[in-house]
Design a protein around this ligand. Structure first.
Ligand code: UDP
Ligand code: MG
Length: 139
């Protein structure tokens, strides 16, 4: 089952710009079912924990500041081949490299403020989903 799920966040830039509805529509139109969802804001501590794998990267402190700068939408999504298909739907990290029609091509501002997160593996999808949701919040 976990192989068919991924984890996403609509990041603070896209929330601020009013793109929640458009992004959720793209996600559901692409065949993803929403299994958990919340509108919340990460503390800088929580954002730092979520992105701990990037702690040594030069952009880490900026990333933590950005991800805690306003509310996000966090969600667990289900579909066959969810992790790979969702990465295809969102496009490359840098919107300049993102394929036309992808969420990042449409809504990201730059490589840092890039509208959405998508898990990079089945294993991380499980870890990231559990980071944000209690078992009773997942369906
Ligand atoms: N990021 C950044 N500068 C970079 C690369 C990444 O600010 O040069 C930010 C960006 O918000 C990205 C996040 O760090 O989404 C995590 O980076 P990763 O390489 O995991 O990209 P993703 O998996 O989100 O495409
Ligand atoms: Mg990543």
């Amino acid at each position: 089952m976990s192989g068919n799920r991924t984890f996403t966040m609509i990041k603070p830039d896209a929330v601020r710009a009013g793109h929640i509805g458009n992004i959720l529509k793209m996600i559901t139109d692409a065949g993803f079912m929403i299994r958990a969802m919340k509108y919340t804001r990460l503390s800088s501590d929580k954002a730092g924990q979520f992105y701990a794998v990037h702690a040594e990267r030069p952009f880490y402190s900026e990333l933590v500041e950005f991800m805690s700068s306003g509310p996000i939408v966090a969600a667990i999504l289900e579909k066959d081949n969810a992790v790979v298909d969702f990465r295809t739907l969102i496009g490359a990290t840098n919107p300049e490299d993102a394929a036309p029609g992808t969420i990042r091509a449409l809504y990201a501002s730059n490589v840092g403020e890039n509208a959405v997160h998508g898990s990079d593996s089945d294993e991380n999808a499980v870890i990231e989903g559990a980071f944000h949701f209690a078992g009773t919040e997942v369906f």
